[in-house]
Design a protein around this ligand. Sequence first.
Ligand code: YNC
Ligand code: MG
Length: 388
Amino acid sequence: RHKFWETQPVGQFRDVADTSLPDGPIEPPTPLSEVRADPYPLPAAFEWLTCDLDDDALLADLYSLLAHNYVEDDENMFRFNYSPAFLRWALKPPSFFRAWHIGVRAKESKKLVAFISGVPARIRARDDVVRMAEINFLCVHKKLRSKRLAPVLIREVTRRVHQENIWQAAYTAGVVLPTPITTCRYWHRSLNPKKLIDVGFSRLGPRMTMSRTVRLYKLPDAPLTPGFRRMELRDVAAVTRLLRAYLARFVVAPDFDEVDVEHWLLPQEDVVDSYLVESPETHEVTDFCSFYTLPSSVLNNANYATLKAAYSYYNVSTKTALQQLMNDALIVAKQKNYDVFNALDVMENESFLKELKFGPGDGQLHYYLYNYRIRNGIKPSELGLVLL
Ligand code: YNC
Ligand code: MG
């Protein structure tokens, strides 16, 4: 059934019932001298291109490939529209490898037609902190689909990850592959219900009028928690402490240090936003919340071209109730003109979704590890990892 995935060191569907298989790496590392030295062959009309994302023209090409060919919803009404600044942030974390930004272009026209990327991360599974690649932005131009290019891209990124002596990876996909460690659902909180209904993202509820709907989702003009403010550079140490203590609770989570926190969580306009609660009395940082910005193109709508969406990222509450903290996150997202606030049912998110008027979406997001078995998988609430 999965001609490619059956050949890979991932949990195989046929092994699900085998309780003798231990958790941890599926295959041991091979000596680096045995890692294939040359790129995998591509069909004759195409060539590999290691991408330099500091090159604005190349970044614009990548942006455009993804804006026209990346992930759509099941009904093909919306398509992710990652901004160039977001792509740079996502693909150039501390100690990134340029060799892991892999394009395929047409030899003649030089047009970028496919892409896959990895970035390095330390991810903890139970008590094992593992150096991994986070694989993302796998994309093949619509005109080149179903020609088995995706397995070539995956093999090539795997080869380049192995060259750095890294043997595990984490990734998410909307499709079911062998074998998810967990399956999450997106929840959506309307901030601009009229627009969401106009573009077909949501529907007017039964026995609801537009004005009642607008009132239902109305939020205060400013955050309610005293001491709630934007994160700054001087907060990196405190935020790292909060986040490390919190993420220790989950079965699978990133192992962030201060360098990671500065990159992944320090606010960048229209890329990532982070807020915290600084106690007005003690000036201690007690709570933290964050979201990233990922607009979607609205396909075939006369009135609107894009939806501005915020995605819940990492949130930590110690003194402010998580529900109140997230209500403040909704308020700042509304102030900043986002149309919708999305969150997965990971970590403790279930505790606020219904109360804060999030509704369940229809798409599922499956989480995977490459060459690392977690027998029986985990629950979404045991997952402390958000991929972009
Ligand atoms: C997918 N999303 O099952 P089998 S997510 C992984 N992730 O193989 P072809 C996928 N594999 O089943 P197409 C996949 N989608 O026969 C399909 N596959 O074993 C598998 N869409 O290849 C599929 N981006 O080239 C099948 O398919 C084989 O032309 C078929 O290309 C697929 O970034 C794709 O959704 C997704 O651009 C590129 O449809 C194309 O359809 C497309 O004939 C729109 O491929 C955009 C989209 C995917 C977003 C993402 C995470 C990717 C993870 C890849 C796996 C990484 C493994 C770890 C590597 C490092 C290891 C170390 C160490
Ligand atoms: Mg293909």
